[in-house]
Design a protein around this ligand. Sequence first.
Ligand SMILES: [Zn+2]
Length: 852
Amino acid sequence: MNRDSGSTTAKQSALAQNQPEKMSSNTNPGAATGHVAKPKPLSPFRKRGSLQYSASTVDPRGSRHLLTSQHSLPGIPVALKQTIDLRTSMDGKYKEIAEELFSRSIAESDMLLSAPYEFPEDSPIEQLEERRQRLERQISQDVKLEPDILLRAKQEFMKTDSATDLEYMKEQSQAFMDLYPKEMEREGENEYQRVSISGEEKCGVPFTDLLDAAKCVVKALFIREKYIGLSMQSFCRTTARYLEELSDRPLDMGIYEEIPETSVTADLDQTVHPPVSATHPYENQDPASMPSDVGYGCKMVDGVIHIYTNKDTMEKSTELELPYPDLQEYIADMNVMTALIINGPVKSFCYRRLQYLSSKFQMHILLNEMKELAAQKKVPHRDFYNIRKVDTHIHASSCMNQKHLLRFIKRAMKKYPGEIVHVEKGKGQTLMEVFETMNLTAFDLSVDTLDMHADRNTFHRFDKFNSKYNPIGESILREIFIKTDNHVEGKYFGHIIKEVMADLEESKYQNVELRLSIYGRSRDEWDKLAQWAVKHQVYSNNVRWLVQVPRLFDVYHTKKQLSNFQELLENIFLPLFEVSINPASHPELHLFLQHVVGFDSVDDESKPEHHCFNMDSPLPANWVEEQNPPYSYYLYYMYANMTVLNHLRRQRGFNTLVLRPHCGEAGPIHHLVSGFMLSENISHGLLLRKAPVLQYLYYLAQIGIAMSPLSNNSLFLSYHRNPLPEYLSRGLMVSLSTDDPLQFHFTKEPLMEEYSIAAQVWKLSSCDMCELARNSVLMSGFSHKVKSYWLGPHYIQEGQEGNDIRRTNVPDIRVAYRHETMCEELNLITQAIRTDELETITEEGSLCMGPM
Ligand SMILES: [Zn+2]
């Protein structure tokens, strides 16, 4: 959730422009043979100059990139083997489908019918789900009472025809042994009960449907791989390995190795605490000792910053060869993705696979629960309390609880009554005077008068929630106590954050990734923020920063603070390029940035959007209208600039950044499409529960989802309907986070409170909890080295090889189950495509001499 300004006035005006249109039959399952012409390059409207970098690009790291000078067709990754045919029945229609979906999504709130990305279309998915879960609970109850029902239940679930398939099962398990010989070797005591499916067409749909769906899924994964690789974010290893088999050249695996750091050696096995540096990271502020100036120049071209080797001649000839993202390709890919998520057969396939994954997990628990528990008991010392957890989504301005803020305000009133904290009409006001004008004394203040907790009145009322950010409803108190840029230079806010940090350090195992705001209203915001951090020494080993950019262009534009969107982008990104080119130009920012792990994009997602991002959309410099640009527009330009920045920073040996937006909390479904394509991980992802294709893709790509059920419960979705337990059972990479402890939590340890409620409401086992905690560390932005201490020196390896139960308290059985299950899914999909490929080659070989 985020706010960060009192801007919530929804604009309804443009709603009337887009009347709901009936979808034309877009899926056309009959044409599944795929002999449809490939899409022509889109957009005849505007030629955007060459944003592509040429094939001769010399990458500073010497690694490969997926975008080459040859313009790849929408959705057909250039890295793909020529022989593999990923054409589907929808090719050539992506743009139309995407735009129709968009125009429908605008009118969606008025329609009771299910949206086109949902499944099944005529009956609400949630009712169905609830019924199914009841049934499953019933079955597992029965089984506990009556062991031989177990077999029947198993047969029912897994469609195993006992007698005839017994032999098949034997073969299968033999094949399994061949598939995972290594794991079996080290297995020994880790043997567990595996559920396997046998028979032809074992995925439940005919081969042609499977093939069409597999092609779509693979196409989408390649799209993500391309954007993630290009921006140096991380892509799931296992998935990359399977995609590589379909590709004629190795995927860009270089990014996984990161900049080599001192490895955690085996003899450090016993310790789980990373060594702590003796000096404070903000001590060395001497510009002379900073890395040198490389003398590059930079300026923004069409919304994306370009770098030039010569400051004085910033033109094409001196442009540094970097992979500047290509807008036209992005729009085309986005249309492909949008068409995929509403394709009928694909939707049905993904829905079935997700159901299967849930059922399989139920079976796994049924058969292995005791073994998992025993494995956890066997580990000395380690339990849920002393494993590492990261609060992967929390806003700095609300990271303290109410009682903490209250005590702090009271203390400040005692300690600094005469300090000038605010200037009104040229006249300074002391803290005492501020409270006097409000007719309040320190004694009067209570949590109730503070009134910052979300309550039943905030549900579906983001505007009311936003005003809860003001203590006692007074924005002046918010400015004084929870802002970094105010008359006291954020002194109070710095102090209170340091108190939160001290609590975390005391708890030892809890860590947070706090969001601080950069608005993009002026060029000096970064410097002020960094000076705040350095001056007040706001640093802790338990804390990393993310920078959140509120999507409030329309507000600043109306207030005449910005004249076009490009100014916002320049204010956000130019200082980052300057400091990466010459650290001494912004010394504090250089130090501060080392602890920033990425960008977040925040605001109320349920605000209506009236603009469809396509090639006709104005470029950032021409975006001068009242309207706010849509979510995907914000995300694309943040991504594009971050990508260029990352290449520059990697070249200089500095840390790189990732994109981790709020995404899918509410609003239109295409937010999740943008998130899938461009971001390393997301926060919330609630709407994935309604879009099976996307949910399945998020699973296959193992995209981290930081979920905050308590926050959702106060704002968008009541606790018992939250999809977290379902995502977890299916194996999506979910973690628990608090979002805003100031508004939602009651205790001193909000993250533990979040875990505690989840465990009790959903009856999570200790193993589930530890798995969530492990996920939170994996998806967090802490360094490779720190993670090696927290999770084990081999944590980066796939499957149980990467797990160290002595540190994570997650049984190898669970990790192995997750890994094997995912390999099976990926295998099912890639196998279908390869089988088809073989057939096509034989066919084509007999008809003509190879493909055109
Ligand atoms: Zn949030």
